[in-house]
Design a protein around this ligand. Structure first.
Ligand code: 13P
Ligand code: SF4
Length: 318
């Protein structure tokens, strides 16, 4: 079938089954274009909590499907490709994280949403890059805190808040590999360009940025700013929505480091996010699989830390 036929069938099946398609900004452009909602990790969780649909097709990676399922245990949550993982979530196995928590008695546990349900079940409050600073600041200044799994985001939040959270040493393979030299070279080529960086990037990249934020925050900044050129240091999928909303502006993907003599692709794609295709979205809706299934007891433990995040975010108007 051609892409247009998949799109027609997806529209038909969505109505027939009262399904909704939610997509993260790192999905391919064609998936973002057919989605009912696109958003960053916080928005996707908020949308999952609110929807009246019977079926959610979560176009993102596995932990995003899990988060939606934990929030909506009575709904069917489908993902286009159940093997689409996340290097950051993988960098924090629950059994090792549990030992880490035990080694730091008296600490509250704050975890980034890019974690498994098992890690969320060990967590006091989940955060995303949209609300991490505010949620950390909602704890008393002398509170002892463990922050996991992203050490770049943890370092960044420590620097913003003056806290000294104990950090788990995890990272995302996409955000870790932006080339500082490459960004500086682009700045020479485009002297007026503003650098946009996700806080999953290392501190040296964040230091070059004019705006640091979640995908949604970077998108908002690029649209509201009077500037016309932007160097984008996050996964390149976000450029689809930036370019769609501001066709007159120029968005340049920050280059990855060149390794082993290979020439970089000039973009930074998350191979996991890009496992999803329009055809897989269609098949997921048609066959109602792969479905996210989570053990009830685990889900009931994990939901507390996500609910806490949603409650604090709502109070803060995020
Ligand atoms: P946000 O869209 O919440 O900024 O998350 C980025 C990310 O890495 C998702 O995997
Ligand atoms: Fe995970 Fe990084 Fe891919 Fe986001 S971009 S899903 S953090 S591997």
């Amino acid at each position: 079938m051609a892409n247009t036929d998949f799109v027609k069938e997806i529209e038909r099946l969505k109505k027939e089954k009262n399904a909704v398609i939610m997509a993260h900004y790192y999905q391919t452009g064609d998936i973002q274009d057919i989605a009912d909602y696109i958003g960053d990790s916080l928005a996707l969780a908020q949308m999952a909590r609110k929807t009246n649909a019977d079926i959610i097709v979560l176009c993102g990676v596995h932990f995003m499907g899990e988060t939606a399922k934990i929030l909506c245990p009575d709904k069917k949550v489908l993902v286009p490709d159940a093997t689409a993982g996340c290097s950051l979530a993988d960098s924090c196995p629950a059994d090792e994280f549990e030992k880490f928590i035990k080694a730091h008695p008296g600490h509250k546990v704050i975890s980034y949403v890019n974690t498994t349900a098992e890690v969320k079940a060990l967590t006091d409050v989940v955060v995303t890059s949209s609300n991490a600073k505010q949620i950390v600041e909602s704890f008393p200044e002398d509170e002892k805190i463990i922050f996991g799994p992203d050490h770049n985001l943890g370092n960044y939040i420590n620097s913003l808040t003056g806290r000294n959270m104990v950090l788990w040493n995890g990272a995302c393979h996409v955000h870790e590999k932006f080339s500082v030299e490459g960004i500086i070279a682009l700045k020479r080529e485009y002297p007026n360009a503003k650098v946009l960086a996700h806080p999953e990037c290392p501190a040296v990249v964040v230091a070059l940025a004019d705006k640091v934020g979640s995908t949604a925050a970077l998108l908002k900044y690029s649209l509201s700013s009077d500037d016309k050129e932007f160097i984008v240091a996050t996964e390149s999928g976000i450029i689809h929505e930036m370019q769609k909303k501001a066709p007159e502006k120029v968005f340049i993907p920050a280059p990855p480091e060149v390794s082993e003599g290979k020439v970089g692709c000039g973009c930074n794609d998350c191979n996991f996010m890009k496992q999803n295709t329009i055809e897989k979205v269609y098949l997921a809706l048609r066959d109602e699989k792969p479905e996210i299934i989570i053990d009830k007891e685990l889900s009931e433990k994990a939901v507390k830390s996500i609910d806490r995040m949603l409650e604090i975010s709502e109070k803060l108007g995020l």
